[in-house]
Design a protein around this ligand. Structure first.
Ligand code: BGC
Length: 313
């Protein structure tokens, strides 16, 4: 099983979450797993793929990075190797295994709706900054579509729309610009994941503002911000469930069978989707109980009191 992960940004999920989950599940199922990371570099992505293909792959499990997965998929398919687009869509892949990404977005939109209601603010008059993920990642549009379906229905409007990115530092810079553009009047921020949210929250902190902010990934930083009341909630996507779904598909495909799916992407790729979970402060302990975050990492000095309050140990 040849696997390529997109980046090693410490704030995101791929190295701390997906790698160990893939490694243990693939090995337990009797596969040899070669898991590499493209380190945010499309050229490196292609080089890794060529090396893996020349050594030999029974199946490729690719997380796209800025479109680099498509040509690798073409090469693999030309050699008769099945390709699973893991988490992010890739043109030409045999299957797309991910969470239900529109539902992820709906949960994010709901965080803003609920957060503003809890703050006693009228959403139709609220100054909301909209941000999104890297447009080169097909997931970003699905997250945004889901979020907008909820926000539009609630009568929300964007006071400012930021350029999409998955680069946390860049999200911070873009938010600073947005903050200036709305003259510091921010009632809520639609953020696509915990990593971007953390950079945005750092700037809100600097300006002594606590407002509803959405997120995704149940990362340590995200869970801390949720416990501290600086992020309304996070979307928890257990790695093991996504890996198990991918493995089920791989087994069928390698046995020469087709895996039945009830969803397809717009380009017709069969879409195996897993259900995400919205996690507010009272549910952080569930993520810890699942083994997908450690209380020792979350409950640092600044977060200790909140951990105590919400039973995180
Ligand atoms: C994933 C998210 C992740 C983001 C940035 C998306 O494709 O679905 O879980 O936060 O990429 O890495």
């Amino acid at each position: 099983a040849c696997v390529i992960l997109p980046d090693a940004d410490s704030g995101t999920r791929w190295e701390p979450g997906d790698r160990p989950a893939l490694e243990s599940a693939l090995t337990a199922a009797g596969y040899e797993a070669d898991i590499q990371n493209a380190q945010s570099d499309t050229a490196k992505y292609a080089t890794i793929a060529d090396q893996q293909l020349s050594k030999g792959c029974g199946v490729m499990i690719l997380v796209d990075y800025q479109g680099a997965g498509a040509s690798v998929t073409e090469k693999a398919k030309a050699q008769g190797i099945p390709v699973i687009a893991y988490d992010r869509p890739i043109a030409g892949a045999d299957y797309y295994v991910s969470f239900d990404n529109e539902v992820v977005g709906q949960m994010q939109g709901q965080m803003i709706v609920d957060g503003l209601a809890a703050a006693g603010k009228d959403i139709t008059k609220a100054s909301i900054i909209y941000s999104s993920g890297d447009p080169a990642d097909g997931n970003a549009a699905m997250f945004l579509k889901g979020a907008l379906s909820v926000l539009d229905a609630a009568g929300a409007k964007a006071a400012f729309t930021m350029e999409g990115t998955w680069d946390g530092a860049k999200a911070g810079t873009l938010f600073e610009q947005a903050f200036t553009a709305v003259k510091g009047k921010v009632d809520a921020v639609l953020a696509p994941n915990d990593n971007n949210a953390a950079s945005i929250i750092a700037i809100l902190d600097k300006n002594k503002l606590t407002v509803p902010v959405s997120g995704q990934d149940a990362s340590v930083a995200g869970l801390q911000n949720v416990l501290l009341g600086k992020q309304t909630a996070t979307v928890y996507k257990p790695f093991q469930l996504e890996v198990a779904a991918a493995l089920a598909v791989i087994k069928e495909v390698l046995a020469g069978k087709t895996y039945a799916t009830d969803k397809t992407l717009d380009d017709g790729t069969p879409y195996v989707h897993v259900d995400p979970v919205s996690v507010g402060a009272d549910k952080v302990k569930d993520v810890v109980a699942d083994g997908n975050a450690a209380a020792a990492d979350i409950c640092t000095a600044a977060v200790a009191a909140a951990c105590e309050k919400y039973g995180v140990k």
